[in-house]
Design a protein around this ligand. Structure first.
Ligand code: CS2
Length: 493
């Protein structure tokens, strides 16, 4: 099939093959600046916003996508070449594909190339909301102290180079300072990352930074900027070459970086927007007063479930999450973890049928068309585990509840961090703290509990004898018998 490069000029050529934006993109104004234009933003917020823009009443809510890091060069260049357009390929449960070109990213900027332009855009009066997907690690939070990590060299850089920052904290501070100096209104800063109380966390971390960098700005931020919490959900694996080729061959769309995702999507947001907001509820988002219980449910069941399947599956030599969840022993283990260790920590969730929610997760994890990479799930585990798994452990320890399943997963992660799976193949570990993890993991071979000394991940967990004992037994057993046998034995208890 003849294919054409995806861009504004060629858009009408694709109408009979894929869905395209049915609004005039040239009339859309930027009302949202979004930082972090990876796959998840493009399958989630940008998708909801694209749907919204089909109503001409919403034309003030286009998105300016910011690539913050050098690492983002490729996605920035792709969006620039494609006029901000990309294809969202939804892999339905029956294996069919729904392909839609998304038009909501109407501007894009590359921060390392032009930091001032980014600061000015964030400070623009038309921009009412700055949304973030900067990953769990991006909040610069130290698990051991609960505080902002001032020792991070990038933070030091931002203190010394306020006009050419490298972190989100440097950018937001300068942009808010400009808003204040120019007598402009404040704005909303909305995190879309998987963090418990992500709005509270953003506020706390930003104020810690500002308190040192621009102390006079703190009261203005407190009165003029809001930080709604939000729960975001849509499984979005990394795009493969196969996805790119298939799109080109079956639809004639030559898109250098389409996004693939599952059909399910959910966005629950606290209605706390200081300068107005889009009516995202008209396209499926939910606005509630308190989102924290829903966040907790999602992080400790879905995201933790992913980590369980990822870490155990990686050691067994699996490559994708569906392979892992279709292993009966692992599936039963995960079910028991969710029922016995997570559920008792969740409390009352109005309007949620937890049993159904857990069942639906297993179905989503099992979608054989998604092929969600275990490498993706296990990446940055040192930032994920403290958010996804340890809050459950801490509550269970307080309640004197079961922690054996969580301890087993942490022990498996310590063994995973050595870097070799049970078949002797090297694991592809991507973690900002990868070198330190490996060092600790090698020492742990002789002294398993020493892995828990990593306070920046585990906090004071090593002080719990109950946890250390369960972890140490699991560690020895996994090394001796392998994950599958141990899991089967636990399932039979
Ligand atoms: C995953 C998430 O990164 C991870 O470990 O659990 O990316 C997950 O796929 C999304 O949060 C789904 O909403």
């Amino acid at each position: 099939m003849t294919s054409y490069k995806l861009n504004n000029k060629n858009l009408s050529k694709f109408t009979d093959k894929v869905l395209i934006p049915e609004y005039d993109r040239s009339t859309i104004k930027t009302g949202i600046v979004h930082v972090g234009i990876g796959g998840f933003h493009r399958s989630h917020e940008a998708y909801y916003t694209d749907q919204l823009l089909h109503d001409p009443a919403n034309s003030d809510w286009g998105i300016c996508g910011i690539a913050l890091l050098d690492f983002d060069t490729k996605i920035y260049n792709t969006l620039k070449e494609q006029d901000g357009l990309y294809t969202l390929i939804v892999k339905e449960l029956d294996g069919s594909l729904t392909k839609r070109v998304i038009g909501s990213i109407v501007e894009y900027l590359f921060a390392p190339e032009n930091p001032i332009q980014v600061i000015e855009k964030m400070a623009s009066d038309d921009v009412k909301i700055i949304t973030l997907t900067i990953t769990e690690g991006g909040y610069n939070y130290n698990e051991a102290t609960g505080a902002f990590d001032f020792t991070n060299p990038l933070i030091q850089h931002d203190f010394e180079n306020p006009q050419a920052p490298k972190t989100i904290f440097g950018y937001l501070t300068q942009a808010l300072k400009l808003r204040k100096e120019r007598g402009l209104a404040g704005c909303t800063i909305q995190s879309c990352d998987n963090i418990q109380g992500n709005g509270h966390m953003t506020e706390r971390m930003l104020l810690s930074y500002v308190n040192k960098a621009e102390p006079d700005l703190v009261p203005w931020i407190k009165s003029n900027v809001s930080f709604p919490n939000g729960m975001v959900d849509r499984i979005t694996p990394a795009t493969s070459e196969k996805d790119i080729t298939l799109l080109k061959e079956t639809s004639g769309v030559d898109d250098a970086w389409p996004v693939v995702c599952e059909p399910f999507k959910q966005w629950i947001i606290e209605d706390n927007f200081t300068s107005g907001r889009p009516a995202w509820e008209t396209v499926g988002a939910q606005f509630v007063e308190d989102v924290v219980p829903y966040e907790k449910m999602k992080l400790s069941l879905l995201n933790a479930g992913h980590s369980v399947l990822g870490i155990l599956g990686a050691l067994m030599g699996y490559e994708t999450i569906d392979e892992s969840v279709h292993n009966e022993a692992i599936r039963t283990f995960l079910n028991t973890y969710m029922d016995k260790e997570v559920t008792p920590t969740l409390g009352d969730l109005e309007g949620v049928d937890l049993k159904k929610y857990k069942q639906s997760l297993l179905q989503r994890f099992g979608n054989i068309y998604i092929k969600d990479q275990i490498d993706r799930i296990c990446s940055e585990s040192s930032a994920k585990i403290p958010i996804f798994i340890l809050p459950t452990v801490n509550v269970q320890l307080e309640k004197n509840g079961s922690i054996d399943y969580a301890a087993f997963v942490i022990a498996a992660w310590a063994i995973y961090s050595i870097g070799v799976d049970e078949k002797g193949n090297a694991l592809n570990i991507k973690d900002a703290h990868g070198t330190l993890l490996k060092e600790k993991a090698l020492v742990a071979k002789e002294n398993p509990a020493s892995f828990l000394d990593l306070e920046s991940v585990f906090g004071k967990l090593k002080d719990s004898k109950k946890f250390v004992d369960a972890y140490s037994i699991a560690y020895q057993n996994i090394l001796k018998y392998g994950v599958e046998k141990c899991v089967t034995q636990m399932n039979n208890k």
